[in-house]
Design a protein. Structure first.
Length: 276
């Protein structure tokens, strides 16, 4: 594992998948409904759109750019008066919340002129989406997955989001500890051992981590382990086969923590997901 690779440990566990559902001229309001696990990306090719999220005005995008809603917040696009646009939904894994999306703003506006790395992929995607070439849908969806990666690279590099995992990943000291948590959740990590990986004192590491993520290191590790457990449970793996892989000595220990964090037992959660 490269200890300074900020995204691979996350994306290998929960690779993004994306699907375009609109690529045309938008003449009427678009209502993006809140989704618990799916995010939305809208690419503006030409024209202008006003963006409203959770009932509050976000701004107007009047040049080529991206409207990024990683948490799937309710949002509205209002064309001014029309806009060429591509709309897609994406998610990380099956029905799970990736740490990348947990504390990001509801909607982020990114004019591509401000982000050269985004501009390159934006142009490729627009050319493909508005073409009549064979295999267009497949090509666009593949580009979408790469685009999600490029956007998060940009958010980390620019520290656009003041708190959350992208803020922590921009700090090389915290990054080392976070990457080890992501890649080796089965290890018996403690605050002391994580601080040692980060090359910081116990107190300094705890304070910096909470300031960046709004969670303690152990809270973050616990949520990550539970997310990994959920990904296995939904695919039919028994709790007794999961516990040690996600850092718990016994199935009973995992069940106790899972129930406390999620609000129901692993079996109840699995049954609810299947019914949903």
């Amino acid at each position: 594992m490269n200890p300074l690779d900020r995204l691979t440990p996350l994306l290998e566990r929960f690779p993004p998948t994306a699907r375009v559902f609109f690529a045309h001229v938008l003449c009427n309001r678009f209502e993006g409904h809140a989704e618990s696990t799916k995010g939305h990306i809208h690419w503006l090719k030409s024209g202008a759109v006003e963006v409203v999220a959770d009932g509050k005005a976000v701004g107007i995008l009047s040049s080529p750019g991206v409207i990024f809603s990683p948490r799937g917040s309710a949002h509205t696009l209002i064309p001014k008066p029309a806009a060429e646009i591509v709309c897609a939904e994406f998610e990380f894994g099956q029905r799970f919340r990736n740490p990348l999306t947990l504390v990001t703003p509801g909607v982020i506006l990114l004019p591509v002129a401000d982000a050269p790395e985004i501009e390159v992929v934006h142009k490729l995607l627009m050319d493909e989406a508005f073409s009549s070439r064979c295999g267009k849908s497949f090509g666009v969806n593949q580009l979408l997955q790469y685009f999600v990666l490029v956007v998060f690279r940009y958010l980390i590099r620019t520290e656009t989001i003041p708190t959350g995992i992208t803020k922590a990943l921009a700090d090389e000291r915290l990054l080392r500890a976070i990457n080890f948590m992501h890649a080796e959740p089965e290890k018996p990590w403690t605050l002391e051992s994580l601080a040692e990986v980060a090359g910081m004192s116990r107190a300094s590491f705890a304070n910096h981590f909470r300031e960046a993520t709004q969670a303690t290191p152990i809270e973050y590790l616990t949520d990550w382990r539970i997310t990994l457990a959920q990904s296995k449970i939904i695919n039919g793996v028994a709790i007794k086969a999961i516990a040690k892989d996600v850092g718990y000595a016994t199935p009973e220990a995992l069940t106790r923590v899972f129930t406390k964090r999620v609000g129901c037992s692993p079996k109840e959660w699995r049954d609810n997901q299947r019914q949903g």
